[in-house]
Design a protein around this ligand. Structure first.
Ligand code: FDA
Length: 387
């Protein structure tokens, strides 16, 4: 029973990428410990037994990237479908095409504006406030897109997401509110987009399949830390504040409650994601997972569909930490944690939780590839200090 060459804490995309590179490229033995009962982190999914539909257990995960290296790397583990993500939004009994585009503007104002006419209209509506004078999120949004579109498509949604009136939110939360003066309603602009053909869990599992990698699920690092700390190099992808026992206070997170339901209808909403923009509707969006994989139609149970409603709120102790919150207080704490992390011997901090930074999957993978090249390879191959 040999000690591993590297311990990886957390089996999300960041930890798996590190482990896979160490095992395959440097022939090192890696132990991954994961406190959930399964590997894969937040991208994990399961096929629902009743409907045959793949359900993303921690919220919808759409893969997209323009990074050539990442695209080449991920294609070693899975093929991708040609799924293109599109989002719709309900408001006062109508359904609009998002992101804000010419279809939405024309439908909302009941006009058939040309791109130039629409641009002039939005510029005129947006002149109510100057962006640099905005003192809160509401004024900032109005300065970018004007009051009518703000009230319909930003106000209610944002209030639900943050459990706060946008008048009480910092203008820094939004930098831009892109409006497209075309009918293009593709959600992502990236060069590559698609979903893993056999599902996320098959992809994540293949990354860990190397004989040099052992995964232990259901093990919390903090229960076994003394076995490893200071003895084995560690890549830690859990929450950075938790590692240091909240010495600088707790970083705050937003979380999402996902309430799922199997409905006895073939098709509930005709698409994967519909936002709920009305303030009186308590959830922020409805997900219907079968639409992410129309190519699997013949494998689904007829007459049934799997729907999830998302309710956004602040994370309390014990909740899943999903999205970092960009406030002065959190930024200040994070700087202190970064200093502690830098000083921690033999431990590298990475990933979404370890850096308190929202990372899309392709960013988590890119960041892990660069930690491997810039820190781990020099340490394990050339004997450079690990830091
Ligand atoms: P991740 O959170 O996946 O993994 C960390 C792992 O560490 C977890 O499994 C955790 O249990 C484990 N862990 C923590 N502490 C531990 C301890 N003490 N001991 C043992 N294990 C421990 N991205 C994208 O590209 N497109 C999308 O559509 C979405 N959608 C999306 C929705 C929601 C709701 C969220 C929260 C995130 C997304 N993402 C996304 C982002 C995607 O989930 C993200 O890029 C990856 O989860 C990042 O992988 P990490 O490995 O950094 O963290």
């Amino acid at each position: 029973d040999h000690a591993p060459d590297l311990l990886v804490v957390g089996s999300g995309f960041f930890g798996l990428t590190i482990a896979e590179r160490m095992a395959a490229e440097l022939d090192k033995k890696v132990l991954i410990i994961e406190r959930r009962p399964h590997l894969g982190g937040n991208a994990y999914s399961e096929f629902d037994a009743e409907t045959g539909i793949e359900v993303h257990k921690y919220g919808t995960h759409l893969f997209h990237t323009s990074n050539e290296k990442v695209w080449e790397y991920v294609n070693r583990f899975t093929d991708f479908t040609n799924y293109q993500h599109r989002v719709f939004g309900k408001y006062q009994g109508q359904v609009y095409s998002l992101p804000m585009n010419l279809a939405l503007i024309n439908q909302f104002f009941g006009k058939s504006h040309t791109p130039d006419e629409a641009r002039a209209l939005i510029a005129q509506l947006a002149s109510e406030f100057k962006t640099e004078d905005a003192t809160n999120l509401e004024e900032k949004a109005i300065s970018l897109i004007g009051r009518p579109l703000y009230e319909a498509f930003i106000k209610g949604y944002t209030a639900k997401q943050w459990e706060k009136d946008p008048k009480d939110l910092s203008p820094d939360i939004i930098t831009r509110l892109p409006v497209r003066y075309t009918f293009d309603n593709r959600y992502f602009n990236d060069k590559y987009e698609g979903l893993p053909v056999d599902g996320y869990t098959a992809w994540l599992t293949r990354m860990a399949e190397h004989p040099n990698i052992e995964v232990r699920v259901g093990v919390d690092f903090f229960d076994v830390a003394e076995e490893f700390k200071g003895k084995v190099p560690i890549v830690y992808t859990g929450p950075v504040d938790e590692y240091f026992e909240y010495a600088e206070g707790r970083l705050s997170w937003r979380t999402v409650d996902l309430k799922s339901e199997v409905l006895d209808v073939e098709d509930y909403q005709g698409t994967g994601v519909v936002n709920a923009n009305d303030p009186e509707v308590p959830f922020t969006r409805e997900l219907e997972f079968k639409h992410l994989h129309p190519e699997r139609a013949d494998r689904y149970t007829p007459g049934k569909t799997f729907v999830v409603r998302e309710y956004s709120r602040f994370a309390e102790e014990g909740d899943e930490p999903y999205y970092p919150i960009n406030t002065a207080d959190n930024r200040e704490k994070l700087l202190k944690y970064r200093d502690l992390a830098k000083a921690e011997p033999m431990v590298l901090f990475g990933g979404r939780l370890g850096t308190y930074k929202y990372l899309d999957m392709h960013m988590a993978i890119a960041s892990a590839l660069s930690m491997f090249e810039n820190k781990l390879r020099p340490h394990f191959v050339d004997g450079a200090e690990l830091k």
